[in-house]
Every structure is written in structure tokens, then in C-alpha cells.
Write a new protein. Structure first.
Length: 187
């Protein structure tokens, strides 16, 4: 498979904080969608995050957003959608829970992998009340995950991969203690 330049598609980045850590998530928008694609992606990202409002901790806060058009590496300020406050109670051990990533994964129609990670969610096997202990929350196990994946797969605009092809998201989210953040906590 061919590699694509990181700026092959338009990108929307949302910077947020939870449990005293700052993170960024990036969303790819199809080439040629322009301002309409950006406006719709802002709404889609907000809808996706609102689907998991029951899992997001109460301190989860959107800080800023930026946008870069296709073939550009210049990110300019962009809007933030109406993201509801999280309702999950901050855990007793916020340091360990702060490094739990919830990864939504998919694959584009041309075969490129896609993923987006969300931190600051009550998804560790200890807190999520999962029916299995395999570090994966399926649509059947968690209604909020099912709703989020549904939004990713259905609403406009489609999230695209680095190859500019539409991504189909899998019916689950992977949960993992992030190694980078774990090393930072230990040092």
C-alpha cells in the first residue's frame, strides 16, 4: 500500500484535558470538503463525545481546536462543538485512571488503519463494569460505545483515513493503560 503525506487530507484537532493531563485527538476530513466539511466535522466530534458523556469524567474539558486544509501544515484556530460535561465521578485513584486510553479503531475502504483515542473516560476494566475482562468494550457490553461507534459510522461527514477513503469503525473500543503516560508518571 502506498504511503500518504500527513497533510493529504484536511485535519481537525481537538485539544482537551482530563484528570490533570492534556491530550489531542485528530480527525481527518475528505479532500475538497472545505468549510462545510469542517463545520460538519465539528458537529460530528461533539456528537461522538456526547455519546460517551456517561463515561467521561466530570473534569473533561475541551480547551481549543485547530484546522488545517488538505496539502497544508498550517493549523488555524477552529470552533468547538457543544460538548456536554462528563458525568462520571472522578475516581479515587485519578493518577492511574488518567493514563487509560479508550481507542476506537477502524479501517478505510482502501485498507488504511484509523484510530482515535479518548482519555478521561471511565473505561478501565476496574471502573467500567464490563461483562468481560479483556480490555475491550463492545457495542453489546456498553451502550455508550455502541452509540459512539454508530455516530462515527453514520453521520456526515465521514471520517476518512490518511488515504482519503471513508473509514468503517469496528463495533468496539480497546482499553489500555498508555505506556508513554505510564513512563511519565513513574519518572
Amino acid at each position: 500500500m502506498a504511503d500518504f503525506a500527513p497533510n493529504f487530507t484536511a485535519r481537525y484537532k481537538l485539544r482537551y484535558s482530563s484528570l490533570n493531563l492534556v491530550h489531542t485527538m485528530q480527525w481527518r476530513i475528505a479532500r475538497g470538503s472545505g468549510a462545510t466539511g469542517l463545520s460538519n466535522m465539528i458537529l460530528k466530534v461533539a456528537a461522538f463525545l456526547n455519546n460517551v458523556v456517561s463515561l467521561r469524567f466530570t473534569d473533561w474539558t475541551a480547551l481549543s481546536a485547530t484546522y488545517a486544509a488538505e496539502d497544508s501544515d498550517i493549523f488555524l484556530p477552529a470552533g468547538i462543538g457543544a460538548i456536554s460535561a462528563g458525568v462520571a465521578v472522578i475516581p479515587l485513584f485519578p493518577l492511574s485512571e488518567s493514563i487509560v486510553s479508550t481507542g476506537f479503531v477502524g479501517r478505510s475502504l482502501l485498507g488504511q488503519k484509523a484510530r482515535v483515542f479518548v482519555y478521561g473516560m471511565q473505561t478501565s476494566p476496574i471502573l467500567a463494569e464490563a461483562t468481560t475482562d479483556n480490555f475491550r468494550l463492545t457495542n453489546a457490553e456498553q451502550a455508550a460505545i455502541a452509540a459512539a461507534v454508530g455516530t462515527l459510522n453514520s453521520s456526515s461527514p465521514s471520517v476518512v483515513g490518511s488515504d482519503n477513503a471513508v473509514v468503517t469503525w469496528y463495533p468496539y473500543a480497546n482499553v489500555k493503560f498508555n505506556d508513554y503516560w505510564l513512563r511519565r508518571i513513574r519518572s
